[in-house]
Design a protein around this ligand. Sequence first.
Ligand SMILES: C[S@@+](CC[C@H](N)C(=O)[O-])C[C@H]1O[C@@H](n2cnc3c(N)ncnc32)[C@H](O)[C@@H]1O
Length: 253
Amino acid sequence: MELTARQFAFFRELVYRECGIDLHEGKQQLLMARLSKRLRKTGIAQVEDYLRVVASDGNERIRFIDAISTNHTYFFREDHHFALLNAGHRRIWCAASSSGEEPYSIAIHCLEQGFRPAILATDISTSVLRIGQSGVYPLEKAQRIPLATLKKYFQKGHGKSEGYIRLKDDIRRMVTFRRFNLLTDTPPPGEFDMIFCRNVMIYFDGPVKETVVNKLSRYLKPDGYFIIGGAESLNNLKHSLHFIRPSIYRKGS
Ligand SMILES: C[S@@+](CC[C@H](N)C(=O)[O-])C[C@H]1O[C@@H](n2cnc3c(N)ncnc32)[C@H](O)[C@@H]1O
């Protein structure tokens, strides 16, 4: 499949406008691979026809953004951040939670420490949110989970669920999943003690990052932490958070 310069520019502009992801020239292969998948799924043969559908049909736009977003995540990723959590933290937000491994790891960590915050898990992609909501993961996902944790918080599937693990209901109840576009949506009322916004800003350019950081920091409590991924930084952006150490920022009191 080939894309004309005009078609590439159309998809690039659409993705940037809808979710802030910058599909620069180097991302053309990725766009084509994911677009081909979408064409096969919808049964649309020509890119030009798909382009018209995606421009006019909001549901297809959601599915297209689902196909474009990179949702890689795993249990207990960068878990050194969890040491910042304490019993005074009642409300936590995972603002690009993908399929739920991140919020569930936080929930397990907190329960192990003896407290039980409410965790809001949001993402733009509806397909990953469905996985998070189900709390069901392929057994390979268990590899990074310590055996004792696995036994305590997960159930192993049998019969037709063979090869899958499932979070126990008690953990699932701690996490609420919602679709939320970091660029355009307004979070539920109230402030958060800690916001995790990890490994998503890497896909954004400076102006989008700045908008997102400033927007999310408004929903942090005074002294609340704002956490980004280890490969990310807020350098050269205008914001009011205090730098604590790489990937950890804090709102003033
Ligand atoms: C690589 S995953 C990171 C998941 C998790 N935070 C972690 O660190 O493992 C990035 C997630 O950001 C989501 N995302 C991308 N653009 C977004 C936007 N504008 N609003 C909300 N979520 C977005 C993607 O759907 C994807 O699930």
